[in-house]
Design a protein around this ligand. Structure first.
Ligand code: PLP
Length: 406
């Protein structure tokens, strides 16, 4: 067996590679009011970890429950690790780097999870995948589905940004806008797979989403010359990305390739800070999220409990930023590094800007810091409405050129 499952709450072991979503005991406790219980974690077998340990270089495939036979069918390529010189200067953090996951094919980090779920579907002989999404996961799953010949059924809150929805429509997914919130769409997509079959890709609900997301940490390890950063700033909504980041480092540690997991810094909007509340105050209740950063606007974080445990175990912490700070950091990012990030992704950079002195007090100025920029801003230019506008046209004359003040 290549893997088995373990319940992240009660620790019950499930010695199977069959399709599984949740621990049947712990998930009974879920009431929709506090962070859900019963998410499953994939544990790789000792032989898989040993094989990785012995390789000169590893890739995510060495750690996937469902490795790809041909990774070029939908490449999860090594995303750039950028040295943002002017920002380094501004923050006086010489070893700061940006991990540009906005460069993945559909424009966000979510390609990572979607790809592994597509490999799961292929391995299990399934053709249909259903999911709920605020936009990026849906677009990513739809793109992978288009490339790999899978039918994608996508439930979205009708308020999701139009470009992200259009993307999914263009990729050929069956898009079902829901008159309700993301959490409502989440519940309906589960009802769909229970009634009509197929695999459900909901974030954290399907443990393979975490397995796909962990690829970023394995990639980073090789990209940094078989080292990991001291701290990583991750934008957080459901807590699935940060859970995946943690899982990747944990697998590397279990394989004996690293000794210590980087500090995981959970970056949230102060108007959607359920996981921060849990990290800081042991408060695991649902909230009413209202941030403009739609991708991290979550009332009841699907991977909340595991994310909180991972952040605490790493010696990390939470940082909350306002929507105003997010927008201002988006503008700094574009003007001083050339990276156009969507609001949720920029929240990680906004958190670093806000947390800079505290970070230095804990790890020192020379610490190696990665900011995970998870999604491109091209999908959501409306975020800049009111902040920037297009200049007026000039007359078609040389005089008008002479009169330009620059
Ligand atoms: C661009 C981007 N950043 C961050 C997140 C937050 O990830 P998670 O909800 O797993 O915490 C998302 C999730 O949709 C996203 O699309």
């Amino acid at each position: 067996m290549r893997f088995h499952y373990v319940c992240t709450d009660c620790g019950r072991v499930f010695e199977t590679e069959d399709l599984m979503y949740q621990c049947p005991d712990c998930s009974k406790k879920n009431d929709g009011k506090t962070f859900p219980y019963g998410n499953l974690r994939v544990e790789l077998s000792e032989s898989v970890l040993k094989a990785a340990r012995e390789k000169e270089h590893v890739t995510a495939d060495d750690f996937y429950p469902y490795p790809s036979e041909d990774p070029s069918l939908y490449p999860i390529f090594t995303t750039p690790l950028m040295k943002p010189e002017r920002i380094i200067e501004r923050l006086q953090l010489p070893n700061l780097r940006f991990k540009l996951d906005s460069q993945l094919i559909s424009g966000s980090f979510k390609d990572r999870a979607s790809y592994e779920v597509a490999l799961q579907a292929k391995a299990l002989g399934e053709k249909k995948i259903a999911l709920a999404s605020t936009g990026n996961a849906g677009a990513a799953m739809s793109a992978v589905g288009a490339a790999m010949g899978l039918d994608i059924i996508l439930f979205v809150p009708e308020t999701a940004p139009v470009n992200k929805l259009m993307q999914s429509v263009l990729y050929g997914a069956k898009v079902v806008p829901v008159k309700g919130t993301y959490d409502d769409a989440f519940a309906l997509s589960i009802a769909y797979t229970q009634l009509k079959g197929g695999i459900n890709r909901n974030t954290a609900y399907n443990p393979m989403t975490i397995e796909g997301k962990k690829s970023v940490s394995i990639e980073l390890f090789e990209q940094m010359g078989r080292k990991v950063p001291d701290a990583i700033y991750v934008p957080v909504g459901d807590g699935c990305i940060i859970g995946g980041v943690a899982k990747g480092f944990d697998d590397l540690r279990k394989a004996g390739l690293i000794e210590k997991v980087p500090r995981l810094i959970a970056c949230q909007s102060d108007a959607s800070a359920a996981i921060s509340n849990a990290i800081e105050n042991d408060d695991f209740r649902a909230i009413e999220a209202s941030t403009r950063a739609d991708s991290i606007s979550v009332d009841l974080p699907a991977n909340g409990r595991a994310a909180v445990r991972a952040v605490k175990a790493s010696g990390g912490w939470a940082v909350r930023v306002s929507d105003k700070e997010i927008l201002s950091s988006q503008l700094v990012l574009t003007k001083e590094s050339g990276v156009l990030a969507e609001p949720a992704a920029a929240a990680a950079f906004a958190a670093l800007e806000k947390d800079r002195d505290h970070l230095v007090s804990v790890l020192g100025k020379e610490a190696s810091i990665t900011v995970l920029l998870t999604g491109t801003g091209f999908k959501d230019m409306k975020a800049f409405d009111g902040a920037v506008s297009l200049p007026e046209s000039i007359e078609n004359s040389v005089e008008a050129v002479k009169a330009l003040p620059f």
